[in-house]
Every structure is written in C-alpha cells, then in structure tokens.
Write a protein that binds this ligand. Structure first.
Ligand code: NI
Length: 403
C-alpha cells in the first residue's frame, strides 16, 4: 500500500472520532487569548493519543507538541492550527451549536484544530514511516491584533527545533468539500487600521467664513488619499484603501468641530506598506494644515502580508494532487483578507492552503464570520489526512532556501 493509501485508510477509520472532536470544539468556543478550556482539551487529546512531548501555556493558551519519527533525521516540519473563536451568536440549529452565548467558531478554527489533532494521531501511528520531527502548533488569538502567531514566535515556537517549513490550512466555504486550493508566492494582504481625526472650528452653517469646516477638509482628505494608491503604488503591487466610517456629527445648519474617519489599508509588499503609511500621514496633515485645520492620523499595524514560499508550495500542491487527484486541487488567486499565519511566512518557508468545506446542495454555503457558517464535515478526513501526508512527504525532501 502506498503512503497516501495508508493515510487515507487511517483518516477514514478515525473520521468519526475527528468529527466528535470538531463538534466538541464547535460547541465550546472561546474568544481570542481566552482559550483555556480549548487548550486543555487539545493537550488532553494529544496525550490520550500517546504523545509524550506536549507543551502547554505558550502565548498563554497555545499548545506545542512534537512527534519524532522512528528513523534518525534532523529535519523538522511544523503544522499549525489556530484555535480561537469569534464574538458572534450562532444561528445554526445543529446538535453541536455553540453553548457559549455570543461566541462562535465562525471562521472554522474548530475544523483546523480537529484536523490537526487527527493528523497528530495518524503521524503518531506512522512514526516508522518517517525520519525527523513534526512540530504541531495549536495557536491562540488569530482573530485579534497582535495575533497569537507573533507572540508564539517571540516565545520561541520557531526554535528548538527550528522547522524547515511550516504548513497551515484554512477552511474556504466557496470551495466544495473534497477539494483544496493553493497559491504560490504572494497570497494574503497585510491589514492596517487607519484612524483620522480632523479638527477645525465648527459653528453656524450660514457663516462658513467664521468657521474652519472639518467636513469639507475631511472630504478632500478622503479623495486625495486614493491618489496614494493610484499614483504612488507600483501597479503590480495589489493595494486597497477603504474607509467604512466617517462621522461628522453636525446637522443641516451646524458645522461640527471634529470629523472622524476610519478605514483599512491592505497590500502585499512590506516596503511599500511602510512607505504608504508615511505618504498617507503627510498628505492628510498637509491638506488639513493648508486648509487651517489639524489632522491626527493614527495607523494601527495589523498582520504583515502572507507569502507562500514557491518551492514548498508547488511541492505541497503536487503532494495534494498525489493524495486527492488533479481534479480536486485548484489554483487560487490573491486574497486581500489578512491572516496572522503571515508572521510565520516572514520568518521561515511557509505554505498556507485552503480546505474546501462548502456543499451548496446541502445548503452549506455561508461565508466565514457569519452566524450561519458551517461546514460539510466530510472535509475533516482530508483536513487531517492531507496534513499528515504533507508533513511526511515534506520531511523526505531537501530544505529549501529562505526566499
Ligand atoms: Ni480564520
């Protein structure tokens, strides 16, 4: 039997168990950096599989475990799952509906966690089949800045042993269950929050000459900032600047003193990201000053952009084709959402791929971060089996250079 066949058999035998794990996690979601019960459940489950090296309390609620192959080898491959849930009230009427009011696994992190637990069980069973080490990273706080990944990295998750590569997966309801998707190179965007306050001098709208109108100045700033994207950004670098909140709380005949604007800036180039920040501040403050107002400009740095190392990602895609067949492996496009897995991709060779979880025929099509998000649970068998397969196959390959 080939390795792929052997793993598929194991994944199929334990499918019910992994589904129960996912349902338990789904019913007991916890918010970012508060995943105490989730963390304990993960550690207990790993220990029940016979794993010896299970380390708790990294970044407070993170869990890291290693599985050594029975053959000597120095290489380490890391597999990562995020474990936190979102502040959303679940509307699905399912037996495993969230029992924690106002908290829901609406981004599939229950699926990632259960899949990685399933992969751990398979890898532990197949220790004779590989050399080197698999490091399992169960990471808290993906949904909340500064992101659990950045804290785990600071606490040394990419050291002792340092992985040659890290692989992560994320559910995607727009891809049917049974399929997975890959994108090599630039994949997901950096995401920064922008807060602008324009301070002028309000007053009666009938006497504009007596006021410094922050509404008009804010409008100029909003329009001008788009010029940073259209005239200063290399057209080959995807960039988005969107403002979703503008508060000018005056009235038809009242000019307010202050206007507040909030938005997001996303791109896929760290150098350009830093330059754009400076240009935006300079332009907004210059316009405000020229028009007699003051502009406070705050940028809250979010996650960096996510880069899928091409050699690793193309190999992983080929392994996925071996495992699932070419028809079930699709190519993805750039995605302007952000993900804290990007922090790992800034430090080591990384591959972040998508696990198809949708099934429109069964009515499973809601997007992530919605109260009706759910998955076709048949995806769990691939989520766990493919992860294990990628780790073992990757352990048998040469370390690729950091690019
Ligand atoms: Ni997510």
């Amino acid at each position: 039997m080939s390795l792929a066949e052997e793993i598929k058999t194991l994944a199929s035998q334990q499918a019910q168990e992994v589904t129960s794990l996912r349902r338990h996690l789904h019913a007991h979601p916890e918010l970012s950096f508060e995943e105490y019960n989730t963390s304990a459940f993960i550690a207990e489950t790993l220990e029940s599989f016979g794993l010896k090296d299970v380390c708790k309390g990294i970044a407070k609620t993170g869990v890291v475990a290693t599985i050594q192959g029975n053959h000597p080898g120095k290489k380490t491959i890391a597999l990562r799952a995020d474990i936190d849930a979102l502040p959303i009230t679940e509307q699905n009427e399912v037996p495993y509906k969230s029992k924690n009011p106002g908290v829901m696994h609406a981004c599939g992190h229950d699926v990632h966690t259960a899949s990685l637990l399933g992969a751990a069980k398979i890898l532990n069973t197949l220790r004779d089949k590989f050399e080197g080490t698999v490091k399992l990273i169960f990471q808290p706080g993906e949904e909340k800045i500064p992101g659990g990944a950045s804290i785990m990295i600071k606490e040394g998750v990419l050291e002792n042993p340092a992985p040659a590569a890290i692989i992560g997966q994320h559910v995607m309801p727009s891809i049917p269950a049974g399929k997975v998707g890959f994108k090599s190179g630039m994949y997901m965007a950096s995401a920064d929050e922008i807060y602008i306050t324009v301070k002028g001098k309000g007053g009666h709208a009938a006497m504009p000459d007596k006021n410094t109108d922050p509404v008009l100045i804010a409008a100029h700033i909003l329009v001008a900032l788009q010029q940073i994207i259209s005239r200063h950004c290399d057209p080959r670098t995807p960039s988005v600047l969107s403002f979703g909140k503008v508060i000018a709380n005056g009235a038809t005949n009242i000019i307010p003193d202050v206007v507040k604007i909030e938005g997001t800036f996303r791109t896929l180039d760290e150098k350009w990201r830093a330059e754009a920040h400076k240009k935006m501040v300079k332009m907004a403050q210059g316009i405000a000053e020229a028009m007699g107002a003051v502009c406070e400009f705050t940028i809250l740095n979010g996650y960096p952009f996510l880069y899928n190392e091409p050699l690793l990602t193309n190999r992983a895609k080929q392994f996925a084709i071996d495992y699932l067949g070419a028809d079930n492996v699709i190519d993805l496009d750039i995605w302007m959402a952000a993900e804290d897995f990007a922090y790992y991709s800034q430090k080591t060779n990384a591959c972040f791929y998508r696990l198809g979880t949708g099934n429109p025929e069964k009515g499973i099509s809601s997007g992530v971060h919605t109260p009706t998000f759910d998955i076709d649970e048949s995806a769990l068998e691939i989520g766990s089996g493919l992860m294990a397969y990628l780790a073992i196959e990757e352990l048998t390959h040469e370390v690729v250079s950091q690019s």
